[in-house]
Write a protein that binds this ligand. Structure first.
Ligand code: SAM
Length: 406
């Protein structure tokens, strides 16, 4: 028998949570329906409308009265609040950051709802778990919900991309999680999900942006080539001469046969360091050797730039005569389709024709990995089966018998 599942999607962006929900429920009895989504970003809402034919409510979440949220009578809340208050790059002001306001407002609304959601999923960056907002969240949920927390990476799902994120699942106390876990422990695997087991002892390794090939030797991860577009217009994604000559050493270069790429952020295509990997299309050339040659090229280039007898134009002409070894690698950016694939989006997710490449990268960089979130939603919706419930009941009865005997 199918069970209706009405869902509210907060901070909806391009709908990563919506796609994850559909994926999670596809072979289940649940009939999910996103009854409303909320985001202030016009560009993201355009993409959302393009794909779901429904425009998110474009208002500040904290400006909508609780009574309005109450009317939706939603079974599930999905939320990926802004992460800047908790990122390493940010000021880490946590709950004092203006951008935490809406999330705290939402949490405080829950007890005031006529029908509080049975299930809640919250996504944020690694770092959230040590913020005061996390403690406030736990305090707000503790009377009504059981909570389980996670730090997970897409690498654990065979996807060659690092994007370690914090997740909190909350379930009404009357419903119970399928597996009990030790209190106050942040798990780096999903109980019952064999895929994620390996990382049990490797939490620190997944926390850094770049995972070395060596660290992946015991894990089943797909090669990047499985995520690449065929017949791509390479010129559209080429790096400029200027970037190649100046910043070559800052790029994280990966080959199609490799099983890793670093986290694609909203600054991809704009910033260089730490914003996402660059693809080396010419597999036959040795990357490390070429980077050594590049260092020599840079030295020669810098010598030219220091020559006082040359004017700017002459310097430029002289530099052009040098052969940049990086050209051999045939480097290009990943396309937005390829990044969407690495983030677990289905092929049906498309950007409107008038959206620029920069906007697409920005929106994807703000989004989430749908495969990881789908696995978490599946786990959140799963229940202890009758056998497990009976064993637990028996254990409880035995316990109380023992206590009476004592
Ligand atoms: C981390 S992104 C979430 C992206 C989304 N999960 C996706 O799949 O694209 C945070 C989103 O929250 C939106 N946002 C931030 N503060 C907001 C607020 N006070 N009210 C409504 N939306 C807000 C931003 O516009 C941004 O799209």
């Amino acid at each position: 028998m199918s069970k209706d599942l009405n869902v509210l999607e907060f901070y909806s962006g391009i709908g990563g949570m919506h796609y994850s929900l559909i994926d999670a429920c596809k072979d289940s009895d649940f009939k999910p329906k996103v009854v409303a989504s909320f985001d202030i970003n016009n560009q993201a809402n355009k993409v959302y409308f393009h794909n779901f034919n429904r425009r998110p409510v474009q208002k500040l979440i904290e400006s909508i009265p609780v009574s309005k949220y109450s009317t939706y009578r939603a079974d599930m809340w999905l939320a990926s609040p802004p992460c800047q208050p908790y990122t390493r790059q940010g000021l880490q002001k946590g709950s004092n950051d203006e951008r935490s306001k809406s999330f705290l407002f939402l949490l405080n609304s829950i007890p005031k709802l006529e029908k509080p959601p049975k299930y809640i999923l919250i996504e944020n960056v690694k770092g959230f778990e040590i913020s005061d907002t996390r403690n406030m969240m736990m305090e707000a949920l503790k009377d009504m919900y059981d909570c389980q927390e996670f730090l997970l990476s897409p690498l654990q799902f065979e996807i060659p991309n690092s994007r370690i994120r914090y997740y909190c699942l909350a379930k009404l106390k009357s419903l119970k999680f399928k597996y009990d876990i030790p209190k106050d422990k942040i798990l780096n695997y999903i109980p019952g999900n064999e895929f994620t087991k390996y990382w049990e002892d490797n939490q620190d390794k997944t926390s850094v942006g770049i995972v070395e090939d060596e660290e992946l030797k015991n894990v089943v991860v797909k090669q990047l080539k499985e995520f690449l577009e065929e017949n791509i217009d390479e010129n559209k994604y080429k790096l400029t001469e200027k970037s190649l000559s100046r910043y070559g050493l800052l790029y994280d270069i990966v080959k199609p046969s490799q099983k890793r790429s670093c986290c694609f952020t909203k600054g991809y295509y704009h910033f260089i360091e730490g914003a996402g990997s660059i693809l080396q299309c010419n597999e036959d050339v040795d990357t490390k050797e070429t980077l050594e040659e590049y260092k020599l090229y840079k030295e020669k280039r810098n010598e030219i730039l220091k020559k006082e007898e040359l004017d700017e134009k002459q310097k430029e002409e002289e530099c052009k005569k040098l052969d940049n070894p990086l050209n051999k690698l045939n480097l290009r950016y990943f396309s937005s389709r390829e990044i969407a694939r690495l983030m677990g989006f289905p092929e049906t997710m498309v950007f409107p024709e008038d959206s620029s490449l920069k906007q697409q990268y920005r929106l994807l960089g703000n989004s989430l990995n749908c495969k990881v979130v789908a696995a978490l939603i599946k786990y959140l919706l799963s229940e202890k089966d009758d056998k497990e419930k009976n064993t637990e009941k028996e254990e409880l009865e035995n316990d109380s018998k023992k206590r009476k005997l004592n």
